[in-house]
Design a protein around this ligand. Structure first.
Ligand SMILES: Cc1cc2nc3c(=O)[nH]c(=O)nc-3n(C[C@H](O)[C@H](O)[C@H](O)COP(=O)(O)O)c2cc1C
Ligand SMILES: [Mn+2]
Length: 454
């Protein structure tokens, strides 16, 4: 597998996995890239798009890089069907990073007055977006007590030459680190890595315990340690082979308006008073390639998020209920679980484990193993014919959830719902499923009764 973002892009251009299109005509960062992604998606196409010429920026832009599971799997070097297994393996067998002394990402170093975020082709996607946003930046920070690194994607609103508004969900790790520092009256040093190999993306999105270090999971995914280099202006290390790195600090006690911003839920939430990341240095490769993840309800965000999420759910629910066979994130905040139920009550055990495994989960549905959970029609059939709301639905009111759920009141506080759509007491003792006798199905040949082109 390729070692870095440009190696990954090269491999995708050669293999054309999921499609690769080079676009030579100039595009505007304001709405035009978003319009192209949206139109292609309406036609059910998810090619990787490489925009060679972007208005007012010297950098080319790659979009939709991780929009299909096939592309991510190929980038990581596993067959698509084994992606889940590899992610779980990486969670359980992390490989720590190594330090290197010189790095491609520091070929060019811009500090102080040379810092100008306006040079980056940050995008505006929707008519309601407040400003250009950087969406494909992995934010690296360290716990002040243990020194353990945390990695996460956070939307960054461009505010002038060196300011970025940052959105950090309450209950996620970066927010916890920032609050810890603020309690001591100190700003939090961070670095933002843009243009990353898919192993970094999936590792950064790993959902685990606070102490679990995403850097090791990235190594586990790659099968080799991630190379890291010391930053120029902050006490942090960053992926040495990234395209662009922003170094700086999230200021203690500063709050400014951030948003509105059209999110993956399909909605734009009102602006909030959020912290500000002050950029002290920009380092990049010669001829850097800027990466963008088209914001809104697009496939790329959902694919990226669901790969580590499904692996995390699977390991959590399987450890509680080994009879669980598969999980599928079907929509924002929604999980479907299938299981070979052995004992009554097990569906609820599985759902409780799932709610515990991810803060964002709002609706969980359990079905029997005969249901194909990728087929929502079958899932609805199971809910319609195997569940009774009074008996099989439970609600956990007023729990912490996503602050991007527009139906929540107050914001970030949600009702969680579980639906046990398994047959009661079990499939064997349930009403028989209609079937023509097997012997007759095998004996009857359509061509003996019906002309070929009817
Ligand atoms: C493209 C993309 C953008 C994201 N933007 C944000 C964001 O703005 N704020 C946020 O809190 N989480 C965001 N997330 C989700 C977090 O990155 C994710 O939940 C991560 O696992 C959090 O890690 P942590 O708990 O280690 O901090 C985003 C995810 C993706 C894929
Ligand atoms: Mn974390």
């Amino acid at each position: 597998m390729g070692e870095d973002f440009r190696g990954f892009l090269k491999e995708m251009e050669e293999t054309k996995e999921g499609g690769f299109i080079r676009i030579r005509k100039q595009v505007d960062t304001r709405y035009e890239v978003a319009a192209i992604v949206t139109k292609l998606e309406k036609a059910r196409k998810l090619p990787l798009l490489f925009f060679e010429k972007v208005k007012d920026s010297p950098m080319p832009v790659a979009v939709n890089c991780y929009a299909t599971r096939g592309r991510v799997a190929r980038g990581i070097g596993v067959p698509k069907e084994e992606l889940n297994k590899r992610v779980i393996h990486a969670y359980e067998n992390p490989i720590p990073p190594v330090e290197v002394s010189s790095a491609p990402v520091q070929e060019v170093v811009l500090k102080g007055g040379d810092v100008d975020l306006g040079k980056l082709p940050a995008m505006v996607y929707h008519d309601t977006d407040a400003a250009p946003y950087i969406t494909a930046g992995i934010v690296l920070a360290r716990d002040p007590d243990t020194g353990v690194y945390n990695l996460s994607y956070n939307r960054l609103m461009v505010k002038g030459k060196d300011g970025l508004g940052i959105f950090m969900t309450v209950g996620k790790h970066l927010n916890a680190i920032y609050s810890k520092m603020e309690e001591h009256g100190r700003s939090l040093e961070v670095a933002v890595s843009i243009g990353n190999h898919p192993a970094c993306a999936i590792g950064a999105l790993a959902i685990g315990a606070y102490e679990e270090e995403e850097l090791g999971i990235i190594g586990g995914l790659k099968g080799s340690p991630l190379e890291m280099v010391r930053c120029k202006t902050v006490e942090l290390m960053v992926p040495a082979r990234a395209e662009i790195v922003l170094e700086g600090e999230i200021e203690a006690f500063t709050r400014e308006e951030e948003g509105p911003f059209g999110e993956f839920t399909g909605y734009s939430m009102p602006p909030g008073q959020n912290p500000v990341l002050r950029v002290k240095a920009i380092t990049h490769r010669h001829n850097p390639i800027y990466q963008d993840i088209c914001s809104g309800q697009h496939r790329e965000h959902l694919t990226m998020a669901t790969i580590p999420m499904e692996a995390n759910y699977l390991r959590a629910v399987k450890s509680a209920v080994p009879e669980v066979e598969a999980v599928q994130v079907a929509a924002p905040f929604t999980l479907i679980i299938s299981m070979k139920k052995k004992y009554e009550g097990q569906a609820r055990t599985a759902m409780l484990a799932a709610f515990n495994a991810d803060l964002y989960l709002k609706h969980a549905i359990v079905v029997d193993h005969d249901i194909d959970i990728a087929n929502l029609q079958q899932v609805f059939w199971a809910m319609a014919t195997r569940a009774q709301a009074g008996r099989d639905v439970f609600i956990i009111p007023h729990a912490r959830g996503s602050s991007l759920d527009p139906s929540a009141e107050p914001i970030g506080v949600v009702d969680k719902m579980g639906i046990d759509a398994t047959a009661k007491p079990n499939l064997d003792r349930f009403a028989p499923i209609n079937q023509v006798p097997q012997e007759v199905m095998e004996r009857i040949r359509l061509e003996d009764y019906i002309e070929k082109d009817f």
